[in-house]
Write a new protein. Structure first.
Lengths: 186, 79
């Protein structure tokens, strides 16, 4: 069974890995640190179920991933969050005939940015990602960070496949729109 | 004829291999003629690539770690 001392070592050995894993997803420093702490506490509480010899980090990753899902799930139940967002992003971006109101700019970002530029880009991306309604954010995280198949995402979020497409589509349009606005006007 | 709103949706479905043969042809045709939609697709591809390769170098501070350790100790006292 896992001892307190072992867990102290784990905090030092694996704390950074867990933090990096979760910050790349939630993009919120305070939340990321909370989740890392909760993960170690949960590990301590369920220390009986840990079999020595199995990989600690893999076990911890499973815990933290569930913590993240739980977090967004509980947020999702708040009445402020729904599938629909106002104003509807489709109506913002496209006219009644389905043509672009504001065409995507031809100057955007390139993959060969300098260090400072890149850091700024990630900061803005994080902001934009956190502006998404929770369901969109979760669908987006599962698809692009976890690389999950759509079937699994539907099951996890308890949504139909047509809802899934709507969520991903809106998340994408909004994120790109937000990036273009904040990044190009920065 | 596919419009831009439909095309942006179709791009997503195509990436997941969920477009029929006929829909794929329609999308290709639209992208061939519509610069903004092609631009949208390029943006998104670049972004997806960037997201996949985002190196995170952040670390917890020694204080953060100590705080977690203290919490664990508090928890041990409780149980």
């Amino acid at each position: 069974m896992l001892t307190k001392e072992q867990l102290h070592e784990w905090v030092n050995d694996y704390g950074d890995d867990l933090y990096r894993y979760i910050i790349s997803r939630v993009k919120d420093d305070a939340l990321a640190k909370d989740l890392v702490q909760e993960t170690f506490l949960a590990a301590f509480k369920s220390r009986a179920s840990y079999t020595s010899g199995s990989k600690p980090l893999a076990w911890l990753y499973t815990i933290i991933k569930n913590k993240m899902i739980d977090h967004y799930r509980s947020e999702q139940r708040k009445p402020t969050d729904s599938l629909d967002d106002q104003p509807h992003i489709d109506a913002v971006l496209f006219d009644s005939k389905g043509h672009w109101r504001h065409k995507p700019s031809s100057h955007f970002f390139s993959s060969d940015m300098g260090k400072a530029e890149r850091d700024e880009f990630w900061r803005i991306l994080g902001e934009c990602q956190n502006d998404l309604p929770n369901k969109q954010k979760l669908a987006f995280l599962f698809k692009y960070h976890e690389g999950w198949e759509s079937d699994r995402i539907c099951k996890e979020l308890e949504i139909s496949s047509s809802n899934y497409w709507v969520l991903i589509h809106r998340a994408k349009l909004k994120l790109r729109q937000c990036l273009e606005m904040k990044w190009l006007n920065a | 004829m596919m419009n831009c709103k439909q095309a942006t949706r179709a791009i997503e479905r195509e990436a997941e291999g969920k477009l029929s043969f006929w829909q794929r042809i329609q999308l290709r045709l639209h992208l061939f003629m519509c610069k903004p939609c092609m631009q949208f697709k390029t943006h998104w591809n670049t972004l997806t690539l960037l997201m996949k390769n985002h190196p995170v170098v952040d670390k917890l501070s020694p204080d953060d770690k100590q705080q977690i350790i203290d919490q664990i100790d508090k928890e041990t006292l409780k149980s």
